[in-house]
Design a protein around this ligand. Structure first.
Ligand code: NAP
Length: 345
């Protein structure tokens, strides 16, 4: 089956995803019955390419500057209109919108609108962006069900580690009661550097120079990225009906390096811990630096490693760990979402 892809956002994740589709094309076809064709690519500042007959992936990956020159047809100014136009094209019967724009922590926009436009016009939608699940999971999930299409977001939390699929596919009838994890790589790196005595500001500047932290690192160091992950996990796994601003949040910017170093000296470690639980029918989500005992499984994580401890009512406590994540894991999460779409057809 051929899936027609409309890529909204074409940065690090989407580029690795397109490359991975090429690298794994033979296996995807033989084992999953999937071939793909890219029919549109939309960016914020690098133009738009639209061609219902398909855009060559290697031309796309090597195009210098704007993508406009790769277009066979004129694209509407609004991304939602572009999605609706593609979905209305009878030649593109299996359209999948692949949303990888940047996280907006105030309202999850415009990603929520992109997903809404896709689902409401009968296209499937997959995303690596936490915004849609953190802000509008319930609405988008219901919309997808009512239109008979799929909405999937496996790489939004813990990259390619199948945390949502783990619960959905392999833990039927199980209730998740609480979770607790370390889910942000940048703060993990900075805290490790602070343990070695480096002050916060210097550790952060070095992470930026090494390309680990973003140019604007506030999403990470102020705990917003982790809060969006808490909201996403809560909404999907526990029907929390929450949003990132409602997660109690403290980042690592005010932390004193000598405190972090002293904890290390006592065999303990300071980590930015993200957690969620149900109390009296209400979801309580939290992000804050915590000093952990050395034997706590979350204390052993370094760098880009993530872990999430799920507390459940039947199989008890499950620890899911991702060691040394990189872009390939994130791109793989999107590929697994594509396979989920194929299985649904
Ligand atoms: N990087 C990771 O390891 C990782 C892991 C898990 C999840 N994620 C999530 O995946 C998403 C993408 O990450 P990334 O690293 O690929 O980001 P990125 O490199 O900054 O790329 C973002 C892309 O989105 C485009 N864009 C931004 N706003 C847009 C808009 N309003 N309409 C259309 N396009 C828009 C940008 O266009 P321009 O090219 O014109 O700027 C760019 O192509 C983010 O939500 C991130 O949180 C990333």
């Amino acid at each position: 089956v051929r899936l027609d892809l409309a890529l909204v956002g074409f940065g690090n994740v989407a580029r690795r995803f397109v490359a991975l589709l090429g690298e794994r094309a033979a296996r995807l076809e033989a084992e999953c019955g999937i071939t793909t064709r890219i029919v549109a690519v939309r960016t914020r500042r690098h133009g738009t390419a639209v061609d219902p007959d398909g855009i060559d992936p290697s031309t796309l990956l090597t195009a210098p500057g704007s993508l406009d020159g790769l277009s066979a047809v004129r694209a509407p100014a609004s991304t939602a209109d572009l999605i609706r136009q593609l979905a209305a094209d009878s030649e593109l019967r299996r359209l999948v919108v692949v949303e990888t724009t940047v996280l907006d922590v105030r309202a999850g926009q415009p990603a929520v609108d992109h997903i809404r436009a896709a689902l409401s016009s009968g296209a499937h939608a997959i995303t690596a962006n936490k915004g849609p699940v953190a802000f509008a999971y319930r609405e988008l999930d219901q919309l997808a069900r009512s239109r008979g299409v799929l909405f999937r977001f496996e790489s939004a939390v813990m990259d390619g580690i199948p945390i949502f699929n783990l619960v959905r596919e392999t833990l039927p009838a199980v209730r998740v009661i609480a979770f607790r994890g370390v889910v942000n790589a940048t703060t993990n790196h900075i805290l490790s550097a602070m343990e070695a005595g480096e002050p916060f500001e210097r550790a952060l500047a070095r992470m930026q120079a090494e390309g680990i932290a973003e140019a604007d690192p506030s999403l990470d160091v102020d705990g917003w990225d982790a809060a969006a992950k808490v909201a996403a996990l809560g909404n999907v796994l526990m029907d929390a009906r929450t949003t990132p601003p409602r997660i109690a949040r403290r980042g690592i910017a005010g932390l004193d390096a000598s405190m972090v170093q002293r904890a290390r000296g006592r065999g303990r470690r300071v980590k930015l811990v993200a957690s969620g639980s149900m109390a009296g029918g209400r979801f309580e989500g939290r992000v804050e630096p915590e000093e952990l005992a050395g034997e706590d499984p979350l204390a052993r994580l370094d760098g880009t490693s993530n872990a999430l401890l799920l507390e459940t009512d039947l199989p008890g406590r499950l620890l899911v760990t991702e060691l040394d994540a990189d872009l390939t894991q994130t791109a793989y999460g999107l590929v697994s979402d594509l396979v989920a779409v194929r299985r649904r057809l």
